[in-house]
Design a protein around this ligand. Structure first.
Ligand SMILES: CC(C)(COP(=O)(O)OP(=O)(O)OC[C@H]1O[C@@H](n2cnc3c(N)ncnc32)[C@H](O)[C@@H]1OP(=O)(O)O)[C@@H](O)C(=O)NCCC(=O)NCCS
Length: 197
């Protein structure tokens, strides 16, 4: 589905020939993040934010584009100069769990981008010392539930009304050396102080 072309740049080629670069989000992505949000369908926004949210507020954009690695981190997929997907986690200082969220531009659904970013995000979270990522998902969101099921990591789910919280367990995760290096590179790119492997 997706193959790497340049591990140093974390460049990937999708099955449909689209070339993407994966990297941590940065403050200079603010305009591109607003543009991505403006392209999202109402359905995709609802599944991501559980509400209408036609625009991101300046405070949202500021928070979403500033990451530190340990508590808050986001990877973006970039096509030329456009952001086409974002996967993020956000926790609390001193805790080993964080909330996970992901969104992919509607035009690129079903191309493996969501899985690609979540796999990389899980590796970064593991490298940053987290042991659980929790995703709140609408019970009818078959795409996200299917994606979490096929991640290949242990998980459990709790349902509360229309929402399912899926807890992904990273504690037994054993990524390859190459994946660990890539995750550590992403953390370093985000300005995080990476402890020795
Ligand atoms: C959920 C979402 C991120 C999936 O992204 P995607 O790039 O289309 O997903 P992928 O192509 O990587 O799919 C990976 C796997 O997920 C599952 N999946 C994806 N779409 C699916 C669907 N519509 N129904 C069932 N399973 C689906 C499949 O197992 C798929 O593997 P396969 O392609 O080998 O069959 C995307 O649909 C999205 O942005 N949705 C709106 C935001 C959202 O729901 N976020 C989750 C709450 S935080």
């Amino acid at each position: 589905m997706v193959r790497g072309t340049d591990p140093a740049a974390d460049e990937v080629l999708l099955r449909n020939g689209t070339r993407l670069v994966v990297r941590p989000i940065r403050p200079a992505d603010a305009d591109a993040l607003v543009a991505l949000h403006a392209r999202l369908s109402a359905d995709t926004i609802y599944r991501r934010y559980f509400g209408l949210r036609p625009h991101l507020s300046p405070a949202d954009v500021d928070r979403f584009t500033r990451v530190d690695g340990r508590v808050r981190f986001a990877l973006v997929a970039v096509q030329e100069s456009d952001l086409v997907a974002v996967a993020r986690y956000e926790g609390r200082p001193g805790e080993c769990n964080a909330e996970l969220a992901v969104v992919v531009d509607d035009a690129l659904h079903h191309q493996g981008v969501g899985r690609l970013l979540l796999e990389r995000l899980a590796d970064v979270a593991h490298e940053a010392g987290l042991d659980t990522l929790a995703a709140d998902v609408l019970a009818g969101n078959a795409a996200m539930l299917g994606l979490l099921r096929t991640l290949g990591l242990p998980r459990r789910a709790e349902r509360d009304g229309d929402t399912v919280t899926v807890f992904v367990d990273l504690s037994g995760s054993e990524p390859s050396t190459a994946r660990r290096q890539r995750a550590r590179q992403h953390l370093a790119q985000a300005g995080s102080v990476v402890p020795p492997a």
